[in-house]
Design a protein around this ligand. Structure first.
Ligand SMILES: [Ca+2]
Length: 386
């Protein structure tokens, strides 16, 4: 079993039977979970969830299955099970039906930054309440933990939360929280139970991490939260004692390196490509076999994707299904705003449609267009390098 950019590759010693191959994806049950280090040996599974196998492809020799799997997260254990009957061409049953894979990182996906820019630094922060005027939410995004007891946000509210507005959309991949102990206070006051959620608009939230029983002074949460403008820390149990106050010295938010560039791969493993590396306004954008040329090198600049100095653009600000997508001079309009979604699609908010390969085609030269999201493989993209 090997990890791939889109899922896993599973190799067998004998070719898979026709009966098993007939409904191949249904032969794979996948779960993932993670562990949090404790002072004891071992610990409970955390964030256990079932993953969906969206496709399973058998190799020509019948010995290798390529699985596309939604929702994998770095830093998790992946458990794969193939209940019997699962047979070879000679009628033998699969000997071992289970496999475990420790997914430290997803191949081809930019790992979280080890340093990087803290996107929350000095941004607008809000909270449910503050213990005092000198312990407001801004103190949790001032970049410092060494300023004494007043260098934190503190709340004794009934629904404690701290929220930061990053100011623009980012593909957030790490949130770091510095609790009471990080500021030199009693470590028993480190936030015990909390969630980290993200939002594109400050209204609709997606929970990205759920933590219970924390005792650490600094907690790091590796997440996959594309299109994030707002991050919210919601606290359900502020301390491991009866002390009622939440104490957050710093809330840090990181994303894949800004200004990075790389390919954008779609259906059939083909790349988003500018026809013949043309730079004229209106140049066709298509699927093409990946070749690492500048015609397939896209940079993330704000909410745009750029190649050859121009922007990925919806023709004539169209909103209809099938409106073609092209290369155009960057002009700051909604036709050039693209927001990666957690479901793997890339959304153009102005039209409410997503980037897709026309007719679900995979041939070189397939036109790129917008369409209503239906969850098809022709609407899923992997943005590499930034
Ligand atoms: Ca601070």
């Amino acid at each position: 079993m090997r990890a791939t950019t889109a899922g896993f590759e599973v190799e067998y010693t004998q070719p898979v039977s026709a009966e098993t191959a007939a409904n191949l994806a249904a032969h794979y049950k996948i779960k993932q979970w993670r562990y949090q280090a404790t002072s004891n040996y071992g610990g409970p599974k955390i964030d256990e969830e079932t993953l969906t196998v969206t496709s399973a492809t058998l190799s020509a020799d019948g010995k290798k299955v390529t699985l596309a799997v939604n929702g994998r997260k770095a830093g998790h254990v992946v458990y794969l099970r193939s209940p019997r009957p699962f047979t070879s061409t000679t009628g033998q049953s699969l000997w071992s039906t289970e496999a475990w894979y420790t997914l430290n990182g997803i191949p081809g996906v930019t790992p979280p930054p080890t340093g990087g820019t803290n996107l929350a630094l000095n941004k607008a922060a809000t909270a449910d309440s503050s213990c005092s005027t000198t312990e407001g939410p801004a103190k949790a995004v001032n970049g410092s933990v060494a300023g004494g007891n007043g260098d934190k946000w503190c709340s004794k509210g009934t629904s404690k939360y701290l929220q930061v507005d990053l100011g623009s959309s980012h593909a957030v991949n790490r949130v770091v929280v510095k609790h009471a102990g990080a500021g030199g206070e009693n470590t028993a006051w480190n936030t015990r139970d909390f969630t980290v959620a993200s939002s594109a608009d400050g209204t609709t939230w997606t929970t990205r991490a759920t933590v219970t029983g924390n005792t650490a002074s600094t907690t790091t949460h590796d997440v996959s939260a594309p299109g994030t403008r707002y991050v919210r820390l919601a606290i359900t149990a502020p301390t491991s004692t009866t002390d009622p106050a939440a104490r957050i010295y710093e809330l840090e938010v990181y994303a894949a390196a800004g200004g990075g560039s790389g390919s954008i791969t779609g259906v059939g493993g083909k790349c988003l490509d500018v026809d013949n590396a043309g730079t004229a306004d209106g140049t066709k954008v298509q699927l093409w076999t990946c070749n690492s040329t500048v015609a397939q090198t896209w940079s993330r600049v704000g909410d745009t994707y750029r190649a050859l100095g121009k922007c990925l653009d919806v023709d004539n600000a169209g909103t209809a299904d099938g409106t073609k997508v092209q290369l155009w001079t960057c002009n700051g309009t909604g036709s050039q705003v693209w927001q990666p979604q957690s479901d793997g699609s890339i959304r153009n908010p102005q039209s409410g449609k997503v980037l897709q390969a026309a007719g679900a085609g995979t041939a070189d030269g397939t036109q790129i267009q917008i369409g209503t999201y239906v969850g098809g493989a022709h609407q899923k993209w992997v943005v590499n390098g930034g």
